[in-house]
Design a protein around this ligand. Sequence first.
Ligand code: PMP
Length: 413
Amino acid sequence: AEVWKQVPQAPPDAIFKLTAAFKADTYSKKVNLGVGAYRDNNGKPWVLPSVKMAQSALIADETVDHEYLNITGLPEFTTAAAQLIIGKGNPALAEGRVASVQTISGTGANHLGAVFLSKFYDYATLGGGKRQIFISNPTWANHKAIFNSCGITPVDYPWYDAKTVGLDFDGLTSTLKSAPNGSVFLLHACAHNPTGVDPTKEQWHAIADLFQSKGHFAFFDCAYQGFASGNLDEDAYSVRHFIERRSIPVLICQSFAKNAGLYGERVGALHIVSATKEQNNAVLSQLSVIQRSEISNPPAFGARVVTMILNDEKLWAQWQKDVREMADRIIDMRKRLHHLLTNQFKTPAPGGDWDHILKQIGMFSFLGLSEKQCAKIVNDGHIYMTSNSRISMAGLNTSNVEYVASWIDKASR
Ligand code: PMP
C-alpha cells in the first residue's frame, strides 16, 4: 500500500544543490565559492601534513583495533579537545567543571546541546518562560533546523548591518538588554558564518557584561578555531573570556572539520561548563544517557588522529603551521580580491568601499550584493555562490581571483 503518499517533496539543501550544479557545469572557468571547505591554491582539497603523519602512524600501529569507543567518546580526545578550546590553564578544567562529550562533528555537538537544553534548561523560570534560543541574523542555516527539530524556537537577534556591511553592535546589545533574563543566546566563537563579521575584543567584553548582568546563557558554536587569525589561542578568546567571568553559564560546540580538514570524519565535541563539580558530574551523566539513545558511541578514527596531533609535540607544531598556512592563504585572497575590485576594476561597492572584504574574518566573505546581482554571477559567470552574496574565500586562488573579481564587477554595474 502507498503508506508514504502523503509525504511532500522537500526542497534540496541550498549548499549541496549548489555543489551539484557546479559539478554538472562543463564551463572551463567555473568556480565553486559555495561550500565552506578549504581548497589549496590549485583548487584541490587539502589533507593537512599533520593529519597525514598522524594517520600513517595510526594505520601502522597494530595495537589499534575497531572496538567501540565509550559512549562519551575517546577520553584522551575529549580531554585534549577541551584544553584546546578552553585553554590548558583554565581553572574550570582543573576544578573538574567541564563535561565533555565526543560528537558527530560540530553539527552533532549543536544537536546534543539542543537536546540537553530542551530536556534540562530551566525554561519554566528562565528566559521569560519561553522555549527559545536567540540566533544571529543571519546565521549558519542549520542552526534553525536543529533547534526547531528539538522543540526550541529560534528567534533572530541583529548581527549584520547592511549599511556598514559590518556588525550591528547597537542592535545586538539592545536585544541582549531587552531579552528576558536568563535567555539562551547562540554566539559564533569566531569567524562568523556566513558574514565573517566578528566583534572586537572590547565589544566581546561589553557583550559579556550584558550576559553577566542579565544572567543569559551562552551557547557557543566554534567551527573555525584557527581559521580566523591563524592562531588557535587567539580564536578562542571569546569563549575563554566568558568562562573567566565565572558567573556566565557556557556551553561550547567544537568542530575539527575545518581546522583539521577532517570534514567527512565527523570529529567534534560538546563541552558544558558547570558551576560545581557535583553539577558537572550530573550533567555528564545525562549527556551520556542522551548520546546512548542517539548514536550509542561516536566514530573512532578521526578522533584518534586529532588526539595524536594534540598530544605529540612534533605533530602539534606541524598542525599549528598547517592552520596558519590555511588562514594566511585566505587572508592573502582577501587582499587580492580587495585590490582587484578597488584598484583594477574600480568597482562600485555596496557600502561605498570594499574594505569589508579585508575586515571580515575567517572562511567567508559577505560581499553585500543583492540576490539579483548574485544570480548574474552564478548564471552568467559560472561562479557558484549563495544568493545572500556569501563567498567562500577558500575557493579563490591565484588562477581564478581575477576572473571572479571581473564578474563581481560586471554584476555591480
Ligand atoms: N557551525 C557552524 C557555524 C558551521 O559553519 C559549521 C560548518 N559549516 C558547523 C557548525 C558544523 O560543521 P560540521 O558538522 O561539519 O563540523
